[in-house]
Every structure is written in structure tokens, then in C-alpha cells.
Design a protein around this ligand. Structure first.
Ligand code: CP
Length: 326
């Protein structure tokens, strides 16, 4: 596999190769000298047409720790605001001799377009496209689950080949607008976990019945009956709605009452269960401070693990003879 476009493209062996390589990368990051010479002389472009904090900085840190040169491109302040097309932007980068593109775009399918055309002939890594996919987020989430829900469950490195067989993961909230949930459902299924998606009917997309996940509209019932090992709360994407709830829910208060991860729901989870959120969080809406800051929360570990996973992806696509093939 030359590109990383979708979590659905990853076989079990490929997913495990990335996660195991990320564990090897993590080992190197506990040393005093964190920088590896692996990508010296290579240039990685972060091509961001949509806002990002975690993903962009994490890809930049990952590339730099592998000694690559990093060029950060933000649509704001570029010639995109003068109307330049994706094609012309890609061809301009190609002319500059870059070695990989990390792209975030508001249009679902934009990374696939770059990968299938001859505008630019380098590995393309999807850093989030519209409401479609965010594969490295799913990989860092799976990496975190392996460390906190498998083996010793203490955050220590997972053994090579560890799958998520036997785990139940509840993904809660704004399913409709989330690329994180789509990537997670694909990858979690590949790794053997059971997934329940939970949200109000208005925020469950048409077609979700075909996903490799069960659907529930009742978070309390899922916590009581399904006994999830991880509860992943999704951000309510208010920028993709108009007004407070955009007609998707009656009011923020009612949304929080039905789907917010508050102290009471936190206390009802199994002792070992973890609380995840891809960030950025709407504190007080989909997640309370009690949940976000609790010892069960892996929010910051997810961010830290993102660097290891992205180092692994860059290494496998740019420096390894096998690429992402397992
Ligand atoms: N999780 C995530 O994609 O965060 P950013 O939008 O800050 O990159």
C-alpha cells in the first residue's frame, strides 16, 4: 500500500504492523536523544485546508523526530484563498520535489483524488477528509486501547500482535458528522473489537445500519447492559450545524442530559473502563470536566500516542522496503 487513505483499507496484518512499529517508535522516544536519522533529506508537506491542533502538530513532531524536513501549508494565507484549485496546489508542491503529503481537507475524498491522479506522485496520508475518514486517529485510539485495555492494562507497551479481541467500545455522540467514528468502526472491527454507536436518531447517519457496529439511542442502557471497556465521546461539531443544535437536538442541556458523559455515568462504568475523546472537547456539552480530567481519561495519552503512530506511518510509507504491506 503506497498511501494511507482509509482505515477500511487496512488488513489485520497491516494494522498490526503499524501498531507494533508505533510501539518500537515509542521506545525510541523515551531516550534523551529522540531524533532518528531515518528520513534525513526527505521533505513532508502538511497540507491543511481545515483547522487542526493535534493532528498537524503531531505529524510535524513525528516527521521532525524522523529527521525529515517539514513544510507546513495552511489554506488560510495561501493562494487557495485567491481561488487556486487542489490540482494546481498539488502540482505546485510536486514541482518543488516533496516526498510525502499529509492532507486534511473539508471535502470527503480529497486525499483519494490526490492519490488517484498524476498531479503528484508521492505517498498521500489522510489527516481527515470531511465527514469521511481520519485513519491515523483510529490507529492512535487503537494503540491507546491496546495499552490500557489489553495485557497489564497499565499503559505499558503492548506485546507485538496484540489485537482488541473481546473488547466492547461505545462511541457516543455526533456520529453523523464524525470521520473519527467511521475510521474507528472500520479499524476496531478489523482488530476484533465489538462497537456500539450511540447518539440521538438525528445524529446517526442514514446507512449506519450497514456499518460493522450496533446502533443504540440510549447511553445509559449501553453502559448498564453492554458494559463497554471504552467509552469514546465525540465532539458535537457545531460548526457543521447552524444555531445551537441546528435542529439536531432540542437544546445543549437536553443533549448533555441524554448523551453527556457526566460524573454519574462515569461512576457507572466498569472499574477498568477508559474514557476517550479525540479532541478538541466541548467541556460541559458531550463530556464533563469530571470525566475529561478523571484518572480513567486517556485524552492526553491519545495525543502522546499520536506522535508514535504517525512516526510509524511515515516510516513505513517512506523508508521501509515493505511499505504498509505486512
Ligand atoms: N483529533 C483531531 O483530529 O484533532 P485536531 O482537529 O486538533 O487535529
Amino acid at each position: 500500500m503506497k498511501h494511507l487513505l482509509s482505515a477500511a483499507d487496512l488488513s489485520l496484518a497491516e494494522a498490526l504492523t503499524i501498531l507494533d512499529t508505533a510501539e518500537s517508535m515509542a521506545q525510541t522516544q523515551s531516550r534523551q536523544m529522540k531524533k532518528l536519522p531515518t528520513l534525513r533529506g526527505r521533505s513532508v508537506v502538511n497540507l491543511f485546508f481545515e483547522d487542526s491542533t493535534r493532528t498537524r502538530i503531531s505529524f510535524e513532531a513525528a516527521a521532525k523526530r524522523l529527521s525529515a524536513d517539514v513544510i507546513n501549508f495552511s489554506a488560510k494565507g495561501s493562494s487557495v484563498s485567491k481561488g487556486e484549485s487542489l490540482k494546481d496546489t498539488a502540482q505546485t508542491l510536486n514541482a518543488m520535489g516533496i516526498d510525502a503529503v499529509v492532507i486534511r481537507h473539508h471535502a470527503s475524498g480529497a486525499p483519494h483524488r490526490l492519490a488517484e491522479t498524476d498531479w503528484i506522485d508521492v505517498p498521500i496520508i489522510n489527516a481527515g477528509d470531511g465527514t469521511h475518514q481520519h485513519p491515523t486517529q483510529a490507529l492512535l485510539d487503537a494503540f491507546t486501547m491496546r495499552r490500557y485495555l489489553c495485557g497489564a492494562r497499565d499503559g505499558a507497551p503492548a506485546a507485538d500482535g496484540t489485537t482488541l479481541e473481546g473488547l466492547t467500545v461505545a462511541i457516543v455522540g455526533d456520529i453523523l458528522h464524525s470521520r473519527v467514528v467511521r475510521s474507528n468502526v472500520d479499524l476496531l472491527h478489523t482488530l476484533g473489537a465489538e462497537v456500539v454507536i450511540v447518539g440521538p436518531p438525528t445524529l446517526i447517519p442514514v446507512g449506519a445500519q450497514t456499518w460493522k457496529a450496533r446502533i443504540s439511542y440510549d447511553l445509559d442502557e449501553v453502559i448498564r447492559v453492554d458494559r463497554p471497556d471504552a467509552v469514546m465521546t465525540l465532539r458535537v461539531q457545531r460548526e457543521r450545524m447552524s444555531g445551537a443544535g441546528g435542529g439536531y437536538f432540542p437544546s445543549p442541556q437536553e443533549y448533555t442530559r441524554a448523551y453527556g458523559l457526566d460524573a454519574e455515568r462515569l461512576a457507572a462504568l466498569q472499574d477498568h473502563a477508559i474514557v476517550m475523546h479525540p479532541g478538541p472537547m466541548n467541556r460541559g456539552l458531550e463530556i464533563s470536566a469530571a470525566a475529561a480530567d478523571s484518572p480513567r481519561s486517556t485524552v492526553l495519552q491519545q495525543v502522546a500516542n499520536g506522535v508514535f503512530v504517525r512516526m510509524a506511518v511515515l516510516y513505513l510509507l517512506l523508508a521501509s522496503d515493505e511499505g504498509l504491506e505486512a
